[in-house]
Write a protein that binds this ligand. Structure first.
Ligand SMILES: [Zn+2]
Length: 106
């Protein structure tokens, strides 16, 4: 069994046992303390093309954590959703990206 399958199997077992454990990469898990809305785990900013945990955007009222970036709510996209940039063009980008990693759209 390769590593990816092993991880997948562990997630499946955790879910089946009802113990919670690590959530799958596509599960929504972040809840805004202000609005109560749930969000994807990762959020990508189109200005600097970097991705951060959504909680970091929430903590800043959706302002981008990148130093010097003026990206805000209208500039960000849910990373896990394959219909949004940049993963619409790059399905090979990882479900769990590097925090602050640069993932260009082109
Ligand atoms: Zn930004």
């Amino acid at each position: 069994m390769d590593e990816a399958n092993e991880v997948s199997a562990r997630r499946t077992r955790a879910a089946a046992s009802g113990q919670g454990g690590q959530q799958g990469p596509h599960e929504v898990e972040v809840r805004s303390p202000d609005t109560g809305l749930r969000h994807h785990r990762w959020t990508w900013c189109q200005i600097g093309e970097r991705v951060y945990p959504t909680r970091r955007f929430l903590a800043r009222n959706w302002r981008c954590p990148t130093r010097g970036c003026d990206g805000g709510m209208i500039n960000v996209f849910p990373w896990e959703n394959p219909h949004f940039a940049p993963r619409q063009r790059h399905p090979e980008y990882p479900d769990d990206p590097l925090e602050g990693g640069w993932y260009p759209i082109l």
